[in-house]
Design a protein around this ligand. Sequence first.
Ligand code: HEC
Ligand code: HEC
Ligand code: HEC
Ligand code: HEC
Ligand code: HEC
Ligand code: HEC
Ligand code: HEC
Length: 310
Amino acid sequence: MKGPFSFLTLFVLIAILFIPGQVNGNSLSCLICHGTSEGKIFIDSEGFSKSVHGTFDCTSCHLKHIDTPHRAPEKDVDKSILDISSSLRIKSKADPVALSACNQCHPEISEKVKGSVHGQNIFAKKKPDGAYCTDCHGSAHYITPGKSGQSPVDFGHVMETCGGCHEKESISKDYGFSPKVFERYKESFHGKKYILGHKKVPVCTTCHSSHDIKTRTDPQAMVFGENRIRLCSSCHPGANTRLVAAITHKPVGRENPIPFYAEKGLIILTISVIAGCMLHVLLEAYAITRDYLRKGRIEDESRDASVTDE
Ligand code: HEC
Ligand code: HEC
Ligand code: HEC
Ligand code: HEC
Ligand code: HEC
Ligand code: HEC
Ligand code: HEC
């Protein structure tokens, strides 16, 4: 083989050999470079092909790139998508249009997220801190079904996904949240059961929802006023205002006294049970010794009596 063209042909053929069959032709034309390059622009073809969007064109999200490398489509992208993408520039440096493309196929969810406390942080406050799709679902290229057991939003992982960001000191300080919510959860009645593998305990999304999360002072928030009683009574029938006060993420102490006194109570209970057992054993030992000595004395006395009788 001679000349650069032959080398390119060989390279493309080798590249195609490594790309899984499910990937379609459009994606293939991108993966020839992106499936073989290094660094941030590398896309794992195998991982992409197994994702929920694995049979899609790359350009179904990358609306600004078409066919040949990075040629923009002749017809401009829908204005509504471009509007969203101008707000999402603070979330995505690489391709905010691709991040906005989620709205095209998941319009209801996107609307909810936009109206949530996370979305408002981005769209109204113009900050990069709030969570958007890929902060919770992971890279857009490798989204797996919620029930795959590998999704960052499934029951086993969602605590870390939400907790991981909320655990950051910068977030809790800037927004006045309790520090270390995930740690506090692990110490709570629910968290202790969660660690033991209990499947019916509430996780972050059970109490706050996923796409529709509101700030705690918003009447629509699941933890606001009467809603909170409804939330707790879904698992604790007859929950009242006293029970619902048992859950907060504040550090255990004066401001969050229930787990504090519950723990103290448990320690006192444990100590008294052990002390009770020991006392019981000691009393039993005393009784046995006493009976033994007394029996000995009675036998001695009766022997003495029989001796004098003779
Ligand atoms: C000939 C190789 C090649 C092909 C084919 C190719 N790309 Fe790229 N792409 C690159 C390189 C190189 C970069 C890094 C550019 C840079 O850093 O400026 C890149 C960067 C990107 C980026 C990051 C943002 C940007 O625009 O710089 C996106 C998104 C992207 N490519 C999408 C695609 C899509 C979608 C296709 C298929 C329609 C595709 N690429 C086809 C080589 C390629
Ligand atoms: C489901 C939507 C979706 C599909 C399908 C998709 N992408 Fe992306 N891609 C995105 C989003 C969103 C980003 C922006 C990520 C960010 O900025 O954090 C992105 C970023 C990229 C980047 C830049 C990475 C970086 O950090 O610089 C490249 C390169 C890229 N995609 C290539 C591809 C290729 C090649 C395909 C097809 C095999 C593809 N994408 C399919 C949504 C998608
Ligand atoms: C071209 C349309 C299209 C675009 C664009 C798109 N999706 Fe999807 N998405 C779908 C379809 C269709 C499904 C259902 C696939 C299935 O059930 O096999 C899906 C499934 C999902 C799932 C569900 C996984 C589960 O639990 O079953 C998530 C999460 C998701 N998409 C997120 C995103 C995100 C984030 C973006 C933007 C980066 C995006 N989608 C862009 C069409 C799209
Ligand atoms: C704060 C975290 C978070 C953000 C942000 C988020 N999601 Fe989700 N998403 C979840 C969780 C958790 C689930 C699991 C199902 C549930 O509990 O509702 C989920 C489920 C899904 C599903 C599958 C189930 C369904 O309801 O159809 C799709 C599709 C989806 N999300 C798309 C998106 C898109 C698109 C965005 C961005 C507009 C987004 N999500 C933003 C956390 C998030
Ligand atoms: C059993 C239900 C429950 C679970 C599980 C739960 N929360 Fe909460 N969360 C609440 C309640 C109730 C409040 C309101 C507390 C208050 O007003 O003091 C709250 C308040 C908050 C607040 C704002 C106030 C503060 O003290 O920080 C944040 C942020 C928060 N939760 C995040 C999370 C995250 C992240 C997770 C998962 C790691 C989680 N929550 C798990 C019930 C729950
Ligand atoms: C990328 C970081 C990030 C991720 C991931 C994230 N959050 Fe948040 N969350 C924030 C920020 C920042 C705010 C504050 C937004 C504001 O007030 O402007 C917030 C606010 C909240 C609030 C409102 C607290 C209040 O009362 O004001 C709740 C509840 C909450 N998040 C729960 C969750 C849950 C549940 C998840 C997972 C499904 C999650 N968050 C994932 C960053 C994140
Ligand atoms: C998804 C179901 C679910 C939700 C929602 C829920 N809990 Fe629980 N809760 C549990 C389970 C399961 C246990 C462990 C019960 C056991 O060990 O018998 C538990 C235990 C408790 C305990 C320890 C004492 C006991 O009864 O075992 C308290 C207190 C508690 N929850 C309060 C709350 C409060 C307050 C809320 C509302 C903010 C709430 N829970 C919401 C499932 C739930």
